[in-house]
Write a protein that binds this ligand. Structure first.
Ligand code: ARG
Length: 357
């Protein structure tokens, strides 16, 4: 039944990697309990045949337990052949100053986030309501350490009904509009099928530092999405700040789930490795024909190892003046430093092509 359903999806949805790499013989070789576990992992890709990945891990160990299958999907998505080993390296003090490219880039909008999960909780898709509340409570303790430190300060805001940190619906909406807080996840069919948005909005919230440069999402697709954002010219600076923030958070006694092969464990196999997405907003009026299309630009950025989307987020077109959001596509088998360099060099190349166009 399951096998037939997946084979049907494979015929019509060639990009669904869950279906592409599903092997009925491997599935049959698993114990009934393991089959049940695997089914929960791939349910999102069965219920949403248009998925590009079609799976979310439910426990950090899933990547080892179901490696014969998940590894094929991971390698296919991340385009990895041969040995796979994730090494973390944030690099030295090299400066990547956007003003060296053009003084007009002095006030660029830069943002870097990483996904992190705690080793001692199930991943979000398998959390019970009790887990979600216990996890949030743990994080409130961590954030109070940051709030008390002069380097961070700030506050924690919760969506959990009756939490002492609870914010109003209006406050929440305003944070979403400001791109600081995540949207109502229960509206996302991929996350919902995986159980990741269950018990919404319990155990969900965000921390924001006094200067607004550090934001931590609690209880979205990963336990934590930790991000630094800033307007400026020093790309390396925002990476360094993220690293310092991560160290400060870990020092509060958290252990992040890691895999020897895949690096930081994330719910979605697309984010494994660094768990990092670094982005910059750039105006490319000629290459976007003033925002009419991103299609041509997508081909071009691909050759530079970058992904492009509208400045308004996923599935949006370019904004006024041809404003787009650029980010290195690589997450796995790449270091944090290489991601920074890829973004910088990509901007150099794109600005050159834009000026010649
Ligand atoms: N689960 C969705 C899919 O397989 C999203 C994948 C990438 N996006 C993400 N937010 N993890 O198509």
């Amino acid at each position: 039944m399951l096998t037939e359903q997946i084979c049907k999806i494979r015929q019509c949805h060639h990009d669904n990697l869950m279906a592409r790499h599903f092997d009925p013989a491997y599935f049959a070789s698993l114990s009934p309990a393991q089959q049940k576990r695997l089914q929960q992992i791939i349910l999102t890709g069965i219920e949403n045949p248009d998925s590009i990945m079609g799976a979310y891990a439910m426990h950090p160990e899933d990547y080892d337990l179901f490696q014969p299958y998940l590894d094929k999907m991971i390698r296919d998505y991340h385009n990895i052949k041969g040995e796979l080993k994730q090494v973390s390296d944030w690099g030295s003090d090299e400066r990547f100053d956007l003003r060296n490219i053009d003084p007009v880039l002095a006030n660029s909008s830069m943002r870097v986030r990483v996904g992190r999960n705690l080793a001692d909780f199930p991943l979000p898709g398998a959390m019970s309501k009790k887990d979600r509340l216990a996890f949030e409570k743990r994080m409130v303790g961590v954030f109070s350490g940051l709030v008390d430190s002069p380097d961070f300060g700030g506050r924690y805001l919760s969506l959990t009904p009756d939490s002492p940190y609870q914010i109003s619906e209006e406050q929440y909406q305003q944070l979403v509009d400001e791109h600081k807080m995540f949207k109502d996840m229960s509206a996302d069919p991929y996350l919902s099928a995986a159980g990741i948005s269950s018990d919404w909005p319990y155990g969900r919230g965000m921390y924001e530092s006094t200067d607004g440069q550090l934001i931590v999402w609690v209880g979205e697709e990963d336990h934590l999405r930790i991000m630094t954002m800033k307007r400026g010219a020093l790309l390396n600076d925002i990476f360094a700040r993220l690293r310092i923030s991560l160290d400060a958070i870990e020092r509060q006694g958290l252990v992040f789930a890691r895999s020897a092969t895949y690096g930081y464990v994330t719910s979605c196999p697309t984010n494994l490795g660094t768990g990092m997405r670094a982005s910059l907003h750039l105006e490319l009026p000629k290459l976007t024909k003033n925002g009419t299309t991103l299609e041509g630009l997508k081909q071009l950025t691909k050759t530079l190892g970058l992904s492009v989307r509208g400045a308004g987020g996923e599935h949006t077109e370019a904004g006024a003046g041809g404003l787009v959001d650029l980010s290195p596509s690589g997450r796995l088998q790449i270091t944090e430093e290489e991601i920074c360099r890829c973004l910088y060099e990509g901007i150099v190349a794109l600005r050159e092509i834009e000026q010649r166009s």
